[in-house]
Design a protein around this ligand. Structure first.
Ligand code: HEC
Length: 176
């Protein structure tokens, strides 16, 4: 019984740690290994600088583009064609990256954009109204959800521990 509780507790702790890892950290790992060869946040390399990319495109568009830019260009997606016309280089498809992976990459890019932005030189923006809207729906909402989930998990694990304690006490009483 004791070892069972231990295993359960360990599983819970591991799950909690996975949950608590900030999305941007995972994004950084993927970005460094899969994107940094062609992209930087602030400088144009083989591909465009990705700082503020979430303000130029919707999150859905970014996910689709990273997973399969070629088919988007073939289908005549206006934004995709426009960038291709500019760079004339095909970006390889990353079909194995999930939407969450790509959202985490964007979270990392957002962090880096903020860190790089000097007080006066913010990333160029098109229309402020649109920027505000996208910022709220994709950025803050996701963060809020993460915190809410974390809170639920914490309260859950506390309740779980209380239950285990109560059970133990009852078992000890029965033994006497
Ligand atoms: C081999 C080089 C290469 C790699 C690797 C690469 N890209 Fe690209 N990327 C490009 C090029 C070139 C473009 C310009 C669009 C085009 O020509 O189709 C681009 C465009 C983009 C755009 C559109 C940018 C804009 O300003 O509209 C996004 C978003 C993007 N890449 C994200 C990524 C992410 C995320 C990764 C890593 C998972 C990645 N790219 C890996 C070359 C690359």
């Amino acid at each position: 019984m004791k070892s069972r509780i231990l295993v359960l507790a360990l599983t819970l702790v591991t799950a909690l740690q996975t949950w608590a890892a900030p999305p941007a950290a995972e994004g950084k790992t993927i970005f460094t290994s899969r994107c940094a060869g062609c992209h930087s946040v602030s400088k144009q390399l083989v591909g465009p600088a990705l700082g503020g990319v979430d303000q130029r495109h919707s999150m859905d568009w970014i996910v689709n583009f990273v997973q399969g830019s070629q088919s988007m260009i073939k289908k005549g997606d206006k934004e995709a064609v426009a960038i291709y016309e500019q760079f004339k280089i095909s970006m390889p498809d990353h079909k194995d990256l999930s939407a969450d992976n790509i959202k985490n990459i964007v979270a990392y890019i957002q962090e880096e954009t903020k860190a790089a932005a000097a007080p006066t030189a913010a990333a160029p923006t098109d229309t402020p109204a649109q920027v505000d809207y996208i910022g709220f729906s994709s950025g803050n909402y996701g963060l809020l959800l993460t915190y809410a989930g974390l809170l639920v998990l914490l309260v859950g694990s506390l309740l779980f521990l209380v239950q285990v304690k109560a059970l133990r006490r009852r078992m000890e009483q029965e033994q006497v």
